[in-house]
Write a protein that binds this ligand. Structure first.
Ligand code: OAD
Length: 264
C-alpha cells in the first residue's frame, strides 16, 4: 500500500506534510478548505484549481525513484501480489509495474471522461489543452472532460474491490509513504490476516500503527528511500535494483522543470 510519500523523493509534494504538503499551499485559490480541490461539487463550479494541479502531475513531468523501482523488482521476482496505490502521478507504471498488478485506488490520468456526455478519452488526448493551461472540452458536447481521478464524493474504481480477494492471500503487507487518513483505502491495512506481518516505512507512525499495533507489526521510521534501501540490502537485491533503475533512467526525460516552476 502506498501514498504520496513515495513520490516526494521524485520532487512531488505530498498532501498533508505541514508546510511542504499540497494542502498547505493552495492559498491563491481562495478554496473554502484545501480538500475542495478534489471535491466533485467544487470541481463542477470551478475546475481551474484542479487543472493547475493536473498540469503539474500529468505523466511525463516526473521520474520514478528507488521506491517505485523496488515495487517493480518485487514483481520481476514474482513476489508482488498487487500494489494498491493512492497516487495519481503514474510513477509506478513508469517504473515498470504492469497495470494489471496495480490498483490505482484514486484513479489515473491515463483515461478521462466527459462530465456531460460521459464519452471516454485517452489521457493523451487531453494533454495539449491541460499543458496549455486550458480546461479540456469535449469535442462532441463541449462539456468539461475530467481525468479519471477519484474525487471526494465519487466512487472508487471497481477494481479497488480486488482487495477482497487479494488481501486474504497476502503473506506480507508493506505500507509506505501514506498518512492512512483517507477511507476506504486506509482500512485495507486491517484486511490482511491477523498473523501477517505488516511493515510500515514512513516518516511518522500512522493509522493502526498508532492505535492498533499487532504483535507482528514492524516499523521503519524515516525517509522511505532509506528504509527501502535497508530492506533491499538485507535481501541482497541491491545490484539488481540498481540495474533496474539504471535501465529505467535511460528513458528520455520530457521535462526538466520542478514543482517550483509551476505557473498558476
Ligand atoms: P499524505 O500527504 O496524507 O501522507 C503522506 C505520508 O507520507 C505522511 O505520513 C508523510 O509523513 C509521509 N512522507 C512524505 N514524504 C516521505 C518520505 N520521503 N519518506 C517517508 N515518509 C514520507 O498523502 P496520502 O496518504 O497519499 O486523494 O493521502 C491520501 C489521499 O489524500 C491522496 O490520495 C489524495 C489526498 O486527498 C486524492 O487524490 C483523491
Amino acid at each position: 500500500m502506498a501514498g504520496a510519500g513515495i513520490s516526494t523523493p521524485s520532487g512531488i509534494p505530498d498532501f498533508r506534510s505541514p508546510g511542504s504538503g499540497f494542502y498547505d499551499n493552495l492559498q491563491q485559490y481562495d478554496l473554502p478548505y484545501a480538500e475542495a480541490i478534489f471535491e466533485i461539487e467544487f470541481f463542477h463550479r470551478n475546475p481551474n484549481p484542479f487543472f493547475a494541479l493536473a498540469k503539474e502531475l500529468y505523466p511525463g513531468n516526473y521520474q520514478p525513484n528507488l521506491t517505485h523501482y523496488f515495487v517493480s523488482l518485487l514483481h520481476k521476482k514474482g513476489q508482488l501480489l498487487r500494489m494498491y496505490t493512492q497516487n495519481i502521478d503514474g510513477l509506478e507504471r513508469l517504473a515498470g509495474v504492469p497495470p494489471e498488478m496495480l490498483v490505482e485506488a484514486h484513479g489515473t490520468f491515463a483515461t478521462a471522461t466527459c462530465t456531460s456526455c460521459l464519452r471516454k478519452y485517452d489521457g493523451e488526448d487531453l494533454r495539449p489543452e491541460v499543458m496549455s493551461g486550458k480546461v479540456p472540452q469535449c469535442p462532441t458536447c463541449k462539456g468539461v472532460v475530467k481525468p479519471d481521478i477519484v474525487f471526494f464524493g465519487e466512487e472508487l474504481p471497481r477494481h479497488f474491490f480486488k482487495y477482497l480477494a487479494d488481501f486474504p492471500l497476502a503473506d506480507l503487507l508493506i505500507i509506505m509513504g501514506t498518512s492512512l487518513e483517507v477511507e476506504p483505502f486506509a482500512s485495507l491495512a486491517g484486511a490482511v490476516r491477523s498473523s501477517v506481518p505488516r511493515l510500515l516505512i514512513n516518516r511518522d507512525l500512522v493509522g493502526p500503527f498508532v492505535w492498533g499495533q499487532r504483535t507482528n507489526d514492524v516499523v521503519q521510521l524515516g525517509d522511505v528511500v532509506g528504509g527501502i534501501k535497508t530492506l533491499v540490502d538485507a535481501l541482497g537485491w541491491t545490484p539488481e535494483l540498481e540495474a533496474l533503475m539504471a535501465a529505467g533512467n535511460q528513458k528520455p526525460q520530457d521535462r526538466e522543470e520542478g514543482w517550483d516552476d509551476i505557473n498558476y
